[in-house]
Design a protein around this ligand. Sequence first.
Ligand code: ADP
Ligand code: MG
Length: 672
Amino acid sequence: MMYSNYGPSLVKTIKERCRVCYTCVRECPAKAIRVAGGQAEVIAERCIGCGNCTRVCSQQAKAVLNSMKAVKALLASDAPVAACLAPSFPAEFTEYSHRVLAGRLRAMGFARVVETSFGADLVAAEYKKLVAENGGRPYISTACPAIVSYVEKYFPHLIAFLAPVLSPMGAAALVVKKLYGEGMRVVFIGPCIAKKNEAKRIADIVAVDAVLTFSELRMLLEEAAGADGSGALAPEADFDPPHPRLGTIFPLGGGLLQAAAIERDLIANKVISTEGNRNFVEVIRDFDASPRGVELLDILCCEGCVMGPGMTTTEARFARHERVSAYARLCFRERDQFEWDDAILDWSSLSLACSFEADDRRLDAPPPGVIRAILERMGKRSREDELNCGACGYETCVEHAVAIHKGFAETEMCLPYAVDKFKENAKELSVSYRQLEEAQAALIQSEKLASMGQLAAGIAHEINNPLGVILLYAHLLFDRAASGSEHRDDLKMIVEQADRCKTIVGGLLNFARKNKAVLQRADLAELVGRCVKAAKSSASLAVEFENPDEPVHADVDPEQMMQVFINLFTNAIEAMPRGGTLRVRTSRANGEVSIRVSDSGVGIPSENQKKIFEPFYTTKQMGKGTGLGLAVTYGIIKMHRGNIEVESNADPEQGPTGTTFVVTLPVRQEEA
Ligand code: ADP
Ligand code: MG
C-alpha cells in the first residue's frame, strides 16, 4: 500500500513522560488505552484516532504519527502537489489572512492551494438529497472519520446506517484530481488526526497522499521561513478555485445541517445534531437502543472540528467559532454567487459514493464468574463495594474488571483498592515497628538483668565470708547450748535462717559466675540415680526411676550436672505440695542422651513457660524461691552443647496437670 509510512498506531505513548494518571483512559471514548506494567499505551486496532488522549495528557506523553517527512518528500518530487486546506484553518492561522497563508503554501512548493470547503459544499448537497429521497430511513453522518471508525469498530451492526457519502476531504481530493490532473498529488491539511487513517480507508476511491495536522504545517512553515524569517516573505495569493460557500462552516457543530439546508426542527425531532466525545458515544448508544424515528444523526467527535487535536491555538471554542464564521462572511462578501452556482452544477454528477466495513472490536463479555473473581481481587465482594467512582478511567467497576480480564487494565488502577492496600501496608509497617520496639525493650531488660546479676554477685561475694563466720559461730553456740535451755530454740532459728542465706548467696554466685565446665567422662545414668536418691522424699511422694541397663557415658562436668538434676527435682517436688509422682527416665538414642523429668504437679501456664529460664523469675513466695535455679540449669546445659525443653499443663480442664522437662546432651564421640 502506498501509505506504508503510516505505522499501525496513530498515537503512541512516550513512556518516559507517562505518569499513569489514567486521564487518557478516562477520556478515551473507544477504551483503546491499555495500562500494563504501570504504562499507558494506545492499542492501535482499537484506536479511532480522535486524539482526545493527546489533548488531555498534561505530560505531553502522547505522540501523534508524524507525516512531515512524507510531505517533504512529495514536495521534493517532480510531481505537482496540491494542498487541501480544511475549513477550520481560520481558527488556527489567526495571525495572518488567508491570502498570506495561501502565498506561503505556494512558496513552500505546493502547486495548488485549494479549500476543502468546496468538497464540503458538494457533500452537503449529497446529504440534502439523501435525507429528502430516503424519507424515514435513518443516517449517521460520516464527515467525521473518528465517528466512522467508532461505528465500524464498536457498533458494526450499525454500518448500514452510515451515510454512504465521502467526507469533504475525499470530495475535495476528487475535484482536485479531476480539475488539475490525475497526476496531482494531494496533501490534506487539517485539525484532525483520524484523517490520517481515513486517507487509507478511501484509498481505493481517491488517493490522498498525505495528511498533515495544522500543528505539523506550522512546523513546516517555520522551517521554510528559515532562521532569519526571509522564507516567510512570500507574496500573498488567493486560493485556487473552486471556491466554497457554506462548506466553510462545516467545522462548527451543526454546520453540515446549515450547509445542506436541513432543518433541525426540535418539535419533529427527526434530526439529532451533537458533538464532543461524551455526547457522541451517548447518542450512538441511544440510537442503537431505539432509533425513535430519527432521520439523521449529525455527529462530530470533537466539539466541532475547530476543537480538533491537531491544532496549536489555545483560543476558546467561542472565539474559534467566530473566526470561522467571520471567514464565511468574508467569502459571502467577496466570492461570486453565480460562479459558485455554476461550479456546483458542474460537479453535481461527481459520484461521492463510498462504503464502510465492519471491524468488530467489541469486547465479548467474559463469564460472570470471572468478573466476580476479578472484582473480589479488588476487595469488591458485594454490590455495595462497587463504588463506580471512575477513578480508574472506567465508568463502572464491572467495565474495569472486563478490561482487566482482557489485559487492558490492572487492579492497581482502582483507587479505593489502592487506598485500602496502602492502609494495610501502613498497618503492617506499624506492627513491625511495634515488634522492633518490643525487641528493643527486651534488649534493655536483658542488659538490666545482666548488670543486676553482676551487682548481686558482687554483694553475694562480699557477704559470703562474713556469713560463713556467722554460721560457724551460730552452729558452735547451738551445739553448746544444753537441750531445754531457753536460748536453744532461738539459736536454732538463727542457724536455720543463716543456712537459707547461704543457699541464696550460693545461688547468686552460681548464676553470676562465668562458669567453665571441666569435662570428664561420667556415667550419666549413675549420676542421675544418685541425684534421685538425694532428692528429699516424703510419704506422699512416689518416685519412678528408669535407667538403661548399661552405663551411658558422656563428657560432662559431673558437679554441674548434679546441680542441674537437683534443680529440676527440687522444682518438681515443690510443684507437688500435696504429693504426686516424680518420674525420671534416662535413655539414649541417635548419639544423644535424654533425661526426662516429669511431675504431676500444678504445671506452668503457657504464658509463663517462656519466662521460667529468666534469672530471678519465680512464682514462689518471698524467701522460698530465688528464681535462679532454671537460669543456672539453662546456662550449664548450653555450656554442654545440650538442650532443655519444657512441656506443661496447668489447666485441670485440659487433662491431668504436670510438667515435663527434657534435657538432651550429646554422648561421647567414640561411643556414638
Ligand atoms: P525457683 O524455683 O527459685 O522459683 P526456678 O528458676 O527453679 O526458680 O523456677 C522458676 C519458676 O518456674 C518457678 O518459680 C515455677 O513457677 C516454675 N517452675 C519450674 N519448674 C516447675 C515445675 N516442675 N512445675 C511447676 N512450675 C515450675
Ligand atoms: Mg527452683
